[in-house]
Design a protein. Sequence first.
Lengths: 254, 536
Amino acid sequence: MNVEITDLIRRFGRNQAVAGVDLDVGTGVFGVLGPNGAGKTSLLRMLATVIPPSSGTLRLLGRDPRSYPQRRQIRRRLGYLPQNLGYYPGFTVAEFVEYFALLKEMPPERVPTAVAVAVERTGLGDKARAKLRTLSGGMLRRAGIAQAIVNEPELLLLDEPTAGLDPEQRVAFRALLRDLGQRATVMVSTHLVEDVGAACSQVALMNQGKIVFCGTPDELTAQAEGTDAEGDAPLERGYSAVLAAARTGTGAWS
Amino acid sequence: MTATAPTAPEAPARRPVPRRVTLPAPARLLRLELRRSIMPWLLPLLAVLFWLATYRPAMANPPFWNIRSGMAQSRAMLAFAPLLAGAAAWAGSRERRRGMADLVGMTALPRWAGQLAAWAATTCWAEVAYLTGVGVLFVVTARQGAWGGPLLWPVAVGAVFVAASCALGFAAGTLLPTRFTPPLAAFAMFLALAGGAFAIQENVSYAQIWPLNVQGPFPLDSYGIFYPYVSDLAIAQVMFLAGLGAAALGGLGLPAAAGGRWLRRAAAVVTAAGLAAAGTGVALAGTARLEAHGMVIPALHDAASDRPTPYTPVCSHTAVPVCLQPAYRALLPYFTAAFGPTLSQLAGLPGAPVRVTQVAVTSVRADGSNGMGFGGPVISGRPPVLYLPLAGMTLPGEGDESAAEFIATLRQQDGPWIMGILVGLPGLVAAQAGAEAGINGFVPEASSGRSAQMAVLDALIRALGLAQPAPPPNARANQGGRSAPSGASQGSASPARQELAAAKRFAALPATARHAWLMTHLVALRAGRISLSEVP
């Protein structure tokens, strides 16, 4: 298992953003669904070693991120796309990706090739020399994905990766996710259920800091059976059903 | 018929495949940071500032290495340091301002290392700007034929100050990552420099560490020519600035997010060492004292800098030669013109100088606002020689000072002084001694025994054409200590009518008659044995 989480809690003052999460995730694309404020981003930031957990245990890629040397090893094999992607407007796409390749301590001789590959895979080959300030929101998102995958991570954490992408890009991105998921653990936090249905082999649904469902997309779809849950697509209805059950305390999944 | 096998075309020479040199990761990171630093945008502004604050004022001065080098420390840094602190604060606050903290914070490279790369890029650009400016200044100075070579210690202080300004600004920007931090950092740096100037004026001993302070109260053109540059204060300033910079940068490596245990320990050591160096620099500056040729810190002083720099003087081909240090070669005609009328009146008289020789400016204790003054001219030796230091004088080409003004000033300052010594007016000698003992404003007593001397002196000064002789000594306590005798120049507080009459009478004589009388009576006059009535 690349991600092993036991009773993970993260507090911000009195607010408990993640309230006791247990999760084991192996290779493949893993979707994290949930409404706004469910704790998805906090969970991913802990997995990205940006913030430490308040309590609970966390093992990533078989290592304990509390120890600095192990955390550093994890980070070399980690890719992360935050929800709000910051960027240096004066950097070109290639420089931006190279910058993170260097910060991830990739061997310098591998950097030029890795940068070119990452930029191509995200469809920004013709924009490699363009300054980031000149890119559209969707292209910036792709540049963010490129920096996340430049080191061919074993654990890739993507927070709302398809936000701002047009339908064509979204389809291409899902294909990329499936490709990456063959060799690595890809965790995708999103509130767009169609992304999950198209790309994820496993999905967890979070609500109020807790995981209220974990299974395959088909199993999530099945949660809607026998309920009057609303939604345009079967997966959406399953999502709504699980959330409704969680809010009423009936507990559709355990 | 023999067929010759066609010779196979020669294989084209294999072109060597250019191997791409792979830079190590820190070098690649630095290259990226250099390429995308904010500093290249500021280079034109820095160039303008350097031109306005340093190059133009430096070029308004004669081509002396000490003046140009001193300005590269004091004036350049006054203009550069606040701007650099602000720019570095902008670079330091970049991660937070751009929302990159999460993304950068989860990378394997210790955050401190990444921050140091960004600081290094900012500093490299700043150093390039500063050193290029100084280089241009020095090249122009060399082409203007300046004697000797550039003083490198002031430049070293400036270069370290550049790095320290960037470090302090960068640390401020990192610790307080807002849009307001850069202007605040720039303003704080400006205030710190202004505070240092205030502390220097208040004679706070530790304030000598002020990075714009080149050689304490020594005028820029008064050191590093006759004696080697006294580097004691510069060494303390480098320690202080390097220490401050190291402490600021080391402090960035102390938080848990900065890196691992060993790295944070290293950061703690750097911080502690930086603070210790800065503190030591301040403590050493507190022991600095003004010596004859510059600011001396006993613990750092190299005795070699007390040995005079050898040189061959350049002399005028006049009856009484005027000999200058070769750095002042261009000024020789002005000196000759300034001293000509005085020396021609005195030529051949007993005790009159047979040569004028420029000597080093030496500081003396005085009660001026900065607690010091400079030694004035002295006639000594056998045959007598006028030893002339040039302290605090506005040289031709400096500001609006013209050659004519310079000649007039020099003539007005030193002509009466030389004559005063020759006629034996003790006021001048005492004023000189008084200045050395820290007593300014000596006013000679107009006793009856001195009346003849005063009358003759007054007459000689009138003959020089100085309608308004030099102001009294206390008005120029810190401007070289040379002055005309107050009794002679202003006719004392209220000159005796007979003295004035005798002076006018003597001045009205033909120059040859005055000279002839002085030839026979000067020794007696100097000894106070001539009465007023004996003055023709």
